[in-house]
Design a protein around this ligand. Structure first.
Ligand code: GTP
Ligand code: MG
Ligand code: ZN
Length: 310
C-alpha cells in the first residue's frame, strides 16, 4: 500500500504519480464508487489516493484521502449527475473568448459562482484578443473592468502569439485548473507554457464556430518535471454548459459578490431579489449590478425551480 497523486483520468484507468516519482496506471476498487459525494467519477485529477499493488502486477486505488477542496459541475444545467473536475487546486484559470467561439457571460458567471461556493480563487483569461475587431475590443475592456471591479483578476491574452514569459509567472508554485468551453485555447496555452507540444490542439469548426472537443480527458502537467511543487497545470476537456450544484434558492445570491454585499440591506434575510418589498438588490440592477450578472443569477435560480418541479 502506498500513497500517490492522481495526474490523469481517462475514465477506465487512472494515472498516478507515486512518491518515488514513477507514473502508474491504476484501476478503481468497485466499492469506492459507492462512497462519498454522488458524482460520475469517484476519483479526480489532483486527488491524493492510496494504491494497493496486486501479485498479478495490477494496481488498485483503494481510497481517496480527504480533499482540501474540489470543483464540481453538473453535466447539464438540469442533470442530476455531477462530475468532479479536479481536487486540491489553488486556482481556476477560466479561459474565455468573446468570439471564435463565443463564451457567454452566463457561462462565466456560473463558473465563478461555483468557485465561490467552494472558495477557490479564479483568474479570468480573455484569450484570442488578436482576433477582435475594434468594437469587440471595447466590449472586452468593459468585461475586464466589470470582473476586475468584482475582485477577479482578469487578463487579455493571445495564447497563440503572446510572449508567454510574463504569463508563466501566474502558474508557478501553484496548482491551476484550466477550464472553459471547447476551442477557447486551453491546450494551446498549456503548450505555450511548456514551449513545446505536450498536448493536442485543433482548429475550431468553420461551420459552427465552436470547438471540436479535442482534449478528451483531464491531465496534470508539471512546469518543472523535477519539482512537482514548482507549479502544476491541469488541462481539461472543454465543457458546454456549466450546471451548478444543488443549492437553496436564497443561497444563490451568496455566490455573486456584488449581490451578496447589497443583500444585507434587504428587508428579509431570505430575499431572493425577485420583487420582494424592501429589496436592496433589484433596484440596483443596471446601476451597481451589471444586467449580465443579474441575468446569470436568475438563470441559476430558474434551474433550481425547474429541477424541483420535475
Ligand atoms: N487566433 C488565435 N487562435 C488561437 C489562440 N489560442 C488558441 N487558438 C486556436 O484555437 C483553436 C482551439 O485551441 P485548443 O487549444 O485546441 O482549444 P481547447 O480549449 O483546448 O479545446 P478543447 O480541447 O476542445 O476543450 C486552435 O486552432 C488554436 O490554434 C489565440 O490566442 N489566437
Ligand atoms: Mg484542449
Ligand atoms: Zn433582495
Amino acid at each position: 500500500m502506498s500513497e500517490a497523486l492522481v495526474i490523469r483520468s481517462t475514465g477506465s484507468t487512472i494515472g498516478v504519480l507515486t512518491s518515488d516519482g514513477a507514473t502508474l496506471d491504476c484501476h478503481i476498487k468497485g466499492n469506492l464508487r459507492l462512497s462519498g459525494i454522488r458524482s460520475t467519477n469517484p476519483v479526480a485529477v489532483g486527488d491524493r489516493v492510496t494504491v494497493e499493488h496486486q501479485p498479478d502486477g495490477t494496481s488498485w486505488i483503494t481510497s481517496v484521502l480527504p480533499r482540501r477542496n474540489y470543483i464540481i459541475r453538473r453535466s447539464t444545467n438540469l442533470s442530476k449527475q455531477s462530475h468532479i473536475l479536479a481536487a486540491n487546486i489553488d486556482r481556476v484559470a477560466l479561459l474565455v473568448t468573446l468570439n471564435h467561439p463565443v463564451t457567454s457571460t452566463t457561462f462565466i458567471d456560473r463558473v465563478l459562482a461555483t468557485a465561490e461556493a467552494y472558495s477557490v480563487p479564479v483568474l479570468l483569461l480573455f484569450n484570442k484578443v488578436d482576433l477582435l475587431d475594434p468594437s469587440e475590443h471595447r466590449q472586452l475592456d468593459d468585461l475586464i473592468a466589470l470582473y476586475t471591479s468584482l475582485g477577479y483578476p482578469s487578463l487579455a491574452i493571445s495564447a497563440k502569439y503572446d510572449d508567454i514569459r510574463t504569463l508563466r509567472q501566474q502558474f508557478l508554485g501553484r496548482t491551476t485548473l484550466l477550464s472553459g468551453n471547447s476551442g477557447v485555447g486551453k491546450s494551446t496555452l498549456l503548450n505555450a507554457l511548456f514551449g513545446r507540444t505536450v498536448t493536442r490542439t485543433a482548429d475550431i469548426s468553420r461551420a459552427h464556430d465552436t470547438g471540436m472537443h479535442t482534449t478528451t480527458f483531464s491531465e496534470m502537467y508539471f512546469l518543472d518535471p523535477a519539482d512537482p511543487a514548482g507549479g502544476a497545470v491541469i488541462d481539461t476537456p472543454g465543457v458546454k454548459g456549466f450546471g451548478t450544484i444543488d443549492m437553496q434558492r436564497e443561497e444563490v445570491g451568496h455566490y455573486f459578490r456584488e449581490i451578496f454585499a447589497l443583500s444585507r440591506q434587504c428587508r428579509y434575510s431570505n430575499c431572493i431579489h425577485c420583487g420582494e418589498p424592501g429589496c436592496a438588490v433589484l433596484p440596483e440592477v443596471g446601476h451597481a449590478i451589471a444586467p449580465s450578472r443579474f441575468d446569470s443569477y436568475l438563470s441559476i435560480l430558474s434551474d433550481l425551480t425547474e429541477s424541483k418541479y420535475r
